[in-house]
Design a protein around this ligand. Structure first.
Ligand SMILES: Nc1ccn([C@@H]2O[C@H](COP(=O)(O)O)[C@@H](O)[C@H]2O)c(=O)n1
Length: 583
């Protein structure tokens, strides 16, 4: 772990059920390779994860079993380790590559910008040569300008110990926000292509593995499941997914399951399959008709890692893991990530408290940061309605030092502001109302595709608020090894029940927020007739649609202009923190 990481807190743990084939899975890590330096439950780092995967592989192989390590994308954007370097990601990719990852794929964040997808093409794909899959992503080759697959479409391989014959695919959900140097083909048309049809007709396959940056409960994964099942009625399928930042497990049928392993290096997903028919096992009388699938969501800390490997402080770390922890510490020093810009007086939560409220991160952004600091000197005293999508803020703020790292953890994106002059106030309000009308924003959600949102992605999995009654939870699973108070954390309920989390936690509330927050900046007590409608540039395409619906007949892209040139939301927040949160 990193030198400043808090020690994990002991907690009652559920164990892992190993099988013939075992998996470790990360997704949506968003640069958090140093782990969480303010939260004991997630305080291990990528170096510890490397040691963990090594020890788990040793354990599996000693039992004659196999272990595969999988990552399903969104490795970038969301943490100082990625976002604060110039160019972005140079430290991150060098740290990432030390983990032996058997299969990986791209997320949407790898494709928002041209330089990010080109870095995948030139660095991450070669770093994991042969293991990076891109079933539905093409990129314009930066030199030849030809449209080429970002990485191979699929792969067939045989596992080391059990000889399990696997065909693996790597998908991205039907993402449309990519830069125009990449092409994301819809999943429903990709699975009709000849190469896919041939791959699923291969009879020499014991397991189909579908990894992807796709929610496990999604139209895209349903379509892939149906397509494979239509041809191979009996072959086991394991899906690994992500994107919604949640822990989730889907049962498609008795031989097909899918695991999603959370976000931000809070979770390492574990899955296993036992009873697969393989060329070896079919000769044995022990071959089983129906395989058994298991899953567990591991809290990413050393207490869990020691427990699951049966090792301790001395026997657990590997030399490589320790070197990588040192590499991360050096990168954090080079990037000045511990530099303190101010001190937060109390917690500000994204979803643990109601919005609006004094402890809501969004209320703070509206009533303090934007209200104090959003001003273009060319537009002084002009009434302004400011709109920012809630998904632009990515993490809670904890009391204490607000560092260079906290800045990017909170607001990693480079988005700035644009504005439309003299918008009738009632129309401006209507535009915000339209933006907030639905969970899925405007953009006629494509049929058969995952919904998109301007709110934090976790919210797609919560149709309603979850309000936790603060009474201690009853624990009816494995016996408690420790009767102390439970630590608040994940209490996942999925298609296999309520016993998925390795650590038994006290539950946490989840309150929904609107797609966009808004603040009226007006020096007068009178309602303005017109306002400057200021919006964060990421939502411009949605503002265009909302303006049409609101009956504002203008060409938004043409008539809008940059507001506070050179100022990003990230820097606006940082300047406010420096001025207002003295330590
Ligand atoms: N420049 C950006 C990029 C993304 N967002 C928000 O993040 C959501 C997607 O996040 P995932 O990690 O789930 O891919 C997106 O819907 C936006 O809410 C943003 O605000 N600015």
């Amino acid at each position: 772990a990193q030198p400043s990481a808090p020690d994990p807190i002991s907690a009652p743990l559920r164990s892992l059920d190993f099988g013939q084939l075992n998996f470790l899975h990360t997704t949506d890590t968003h640069g958090w390779l140093a782990g969480h330096l303010q939260e004991p439950s997630y305080s291990a780092d990528w170096g510890d994860y490397i040691s963990f995967a090594t020890r788990m592989r040793e354990k599996a192989e000693a039992q004659g079993q196999d272990l595969l390590v999988i990552d399903t994308g969104d490795r970038v954007e969301g943490n100082g380790l990625y976002d604060s370097s110039e160019p972005k990601g140079v430290y991150l990719s060098d740290i990432l590559r030390h983990q032996h990852i058997d299969l990986l794929t791209s997320g949407n964040h790898e494709l928002y910008k041209k330089n990010t997808s080109e870095a995948e093409f030139f660095t991450t794909v070669p770093n994991f040569r042969g293991n990076y899959l891109a079933s539905n992503i093409d990129i314009i080759h930066p030199t030849t300008k030809e449209l080429v697959p970002l990485a191979p479409r699929y792969k067939k391989f045989t596992t080391k110990k059990q000889g399990i014959r696997v065909v693996a695919f790597g998908f991205l959900f039907d993402f449309t926000g990519n830069w125009n140097n990449t092409v994301v083909q819809k999943v429903s048309s990709t699975i009709k292509e000849d190469w896919f049809q041939e791959a699923i007709r291969d009879k020499e396959v014991d397991l189909f593995l579908v990894i992807g940056h796709v929610p496990v409960h999604s139209p895209e994964y349903q379509a892939i499941f149906k397509e494979i099942r239509g041809i191979r009625w009996d072959t086991p399928i394991h899906f690994f997914g992500g994107h919604q930042h949640i822990r989730d497990y889907a049962r498609y049928d008795s031989k097909a399951f899918g695991l999603a392993s959370g976000r931000f290096m809070e979770t390492v997903g574990f899955a296993s399959i036992d009873g697969l028919n393989t060329p070896k096992s079919t000769h044995l009388s022990s071959a089983v008709a129906s395989p058994v699938f298991k899953r567990r969501y591991i809290d990413q800390n050393l207490f869990s890692y020691y427990h699951h490997t049966g090792l301790d402080e001395k026997s657990f770390p590997t030399e490589k893991g320790q070197n990588v922890s040192r590499l991360i510490a050096k990168a954090r020093t080079d990037l000045h990530l511990d530099q303190v810009h101010g001190c937060a007086p109390h917690e500000l939560w994204m979803s643990r408290v109601k919005y609006p409220s004094p402890s809501s991160l969004y209320t703070w952004l509206e009533t303090q940061v934007l209200a104090d600091s959003l001003k273009d000197e060319r537009r002084v005293n002009v009434p302004t309605l400011a709109v920012v999508n809630t998904g632009a803020l990515r993490f809670d703020i904890f009391p204490g030092p607000f560092t260079q790292d906290s800045t990017f953890i909170l607001s990693p994106f480079t988005s700035g502001f644009r504005y439309l002059k003299n918008v009738p106030f009632d129309k401006a309000q209507l535009i915000v109302e339209v933006l907030n009308k639905q969970p899925q924003v405007l953009q006629a959600s494509q049929e058969g595709s995952s919904p998109t949102t301007l709110a934090p992605p976790e919210q797609l999995a919560y149709p309603e608020d979850v309000v936790v009654d603060k009474e201690p939870v009853a624990f009816d699973q494995t016996p408690l090894s420790d009767s102390r108070k439970l630590v608040p954390g994940y209490t996942t309920e999925d298609d296999a029940g309520k016993d998925g989390d390795d650590t038994v936690h006290e539950p946490i509330s989840f309150y929904r927020v609107p797609n966009c927050l808004q603040v009226l900046l007006n020096n007068s007590t009178e309602t303005p007739e017109t306002v400057d409608l200021v919006y964060i540039d990421f939502i411009e395409k949605y503002v265009v649609q909302a303006a049409k619906i609101a009956g504002l007949d203008i060409d938004v892209a043409k008539e809008s202009d940059v507001y506070m040139p050179q100022m990003s939301l990230t820097n606006l927040i940082l300047d406010w923190v420096k001025k207002n949160w003295k330590c």
